[in-house]
Design a protein around this ligand. Sequence first.
Ligand code: ZN
Length: 301
Amino acid sequence: MSIYTKIYDILPKLLSKRSKISPKSTTFIYDDEIWFDDYFTLKHIDKTTIAIGEPRYWQRNYSYLIIGDTQALLFDSGIGIQDISAVVQALTDLPIIHMISHYHYDHIGNIDKFKTIYLSQNQLLLQQNVLDNTIYPSLKSTLRILEGQPSKQIKFSKVLENQQFINLGNRQLQSLYSPGHHSESISLYDPQRRQLFVGDFLMKGTLYIKFLPLSDYSEFKWATFNLLNNTQSGTTIYTAHPFELAHELNNPYYTGGITFADHLELSYKDLIDINMFINQHPSSNSMSKKMVINDHLNIVF
Ligand SMILES: [Zn+2]
């Protein structure tokens, strides 16, 4: 039995027992986050950079709307239980480019709601049936079977190389390959505002660079260098999940006091700490281990 068969066999059974959506009345959100409607939340990082949250969904995904003068870009589109395009349209009239950090089902859920989709070259290498710029990402890429999400067709209009810039009008975003959690991952960097959006490449708490198909420690090492080489000191890193920390909000006695940044933001210093850790631990042997990187980052590799 292959490792994938095992994951596909066991995980759906475990996950199906979990209630995926909590009632709004018992869902706590961050002090600096507001409800948009009954399902989505908004956190304004600045006037034209907005994190769109799904706190009622158990993985508490965040997608990022990055607005320029002539175009806006939505990075990830959530689980797809609710239509995120309605939120985006309420926030901007500009044409939308949609990009995804990686193909996992909780990041591509609304990809079919957007007309202009850019992919990165490393998001096409493992995909087949590329016909008329259309793909159906593989099960191994999406893991959609874990929560029974439907297969999504992706019709893309542009393919970006590593380090290629997208001009949103007075705002440049650089696409950077960032494999590790998932070999088809990218990050987006705004050099002027020093904002780096990383999807699941990094998260606060424990980084699992093992177990999932397409996760790989040597690729993670390469990506860490790629991000460090293209970003500057003072950069803030925006992640997509507060996984391990979410228990603080999921406590019925929670009375507030936690901000979005407490759970979702990392710093350039964290990237340097990870890089130093990798230099000291160049390879992962067959036994997985959990080690401390700094006071808010651990790694399983
Ligand atoms: Zn995710």
